[in-house]
Design a protein around this ligand. Structure first.
Ligand code: CA
Length: 244
């Protein structure tokens, strides 16, 4: 069986170049399709030995490495790569999502670890986060406290949870985190985010906040909901957690 991609990289583009090392053909197909739709150039190989050879070519901006692979395991590949002093960013992809496996991956020098099954959107967000950290370019991101918003992908990250936000949800969170601890009334949020400047009887702001909290797995603590707090009778604010 041929690899899903044998083409050379197009050096005329500046899209990040990724290597996918994955032996399960159905997973490889859906990952390749998702990554290419997201604008990445991706090459694919199906076993650890080919993966190692490709990585040592040094042409890749990031490697997505399955753990259970024929020839060499993902862990063995990364050990060899790091022993040779190659710092290429690596994200492990594995059905072995138990904590000891994840910790072993990080100890070996992985940059991230995504357990299977996963959504390709989350892989894309993690790839972008790793590439941004490595390059020091965080211009596409806005952060406050533990919350990060990616302006390109509209992903929000809060304490390890990554969520894809709709346009409205994104602008609502953006509005709140640009002025941390500032209390916004529902009317102000309606105006900023929905462009509604009169005062209709609507609960769209509250419904939108609830959706965001659910997506980001926000948790109540000490009677307050972190990080987006309801100020009773007034509106909402993004709390910077001074306690940590
Ligand atoms: Ca595998």
């Amino acid at each position: 069986m041929n690899d899903l991609s044998n083409s050379e990289y197009d050096h005329a583009t500046c899209a990040p170049r990724l290597l996918l090392v994955e032996d399960e053909i159905r997973i490889a197909e859906f990952v390749l399709s998702g990554l290419r739709s997201a604008g990445f150039e991706v090459r694919h190989v199906k076993d650890g030995a080919s993966g190692l050879a490709e990585i040592l070519n040094g042409e890749h901006d990031l490697v997505i490495l399955d753990v259970m692979l024929p020839a060499l395991s993902g862990f063995e590949v990364l050990t060899k790569v790091r022993d040779m002093g190659d710092p290429v960013p690596v994200i492990f992809l594995s059905a072995r999502g138990e904590l000891p496996d994840r910790l072993q991956g990080f100890q070996m020098g992985a940059d991230d670890y995504l357990p299977k099954p996963f959504f390709v959107e989350e892989l894309v967000a993690r790839i972008r986060a790793v590439l941004a950290r490595k390059s020091g370019h965080v211009l596409d991101e806005i952060s406050a406290g533990d919350m990060t918003l990616n302006k390109v992908s509209h992903h929000a990250t809060w304490r390890g949870t990554v969520a894809q936000l709709s346009q409205r949800e994104f602008h609502l969170v953006e509005c709140l985190i640009r002025s941390p601890n500032h209390i916004f009334s529902r009317q102000q949020l309606l105006k900023h985010v929905w462009g509604i400047s009169f005062n209709p009887e609507t609960n769209v702001v509250d419904v939108c906040i609830q959706r965001i909290r659910k997506k980001l797995n926000c948790q109540p603590r000490e009677g307050r909901m972190f990080p987006i707090e309801t100020i009773r009778g007034v509106g909402y604010r993004f709390c910077l957690d001074e306690g940590t």
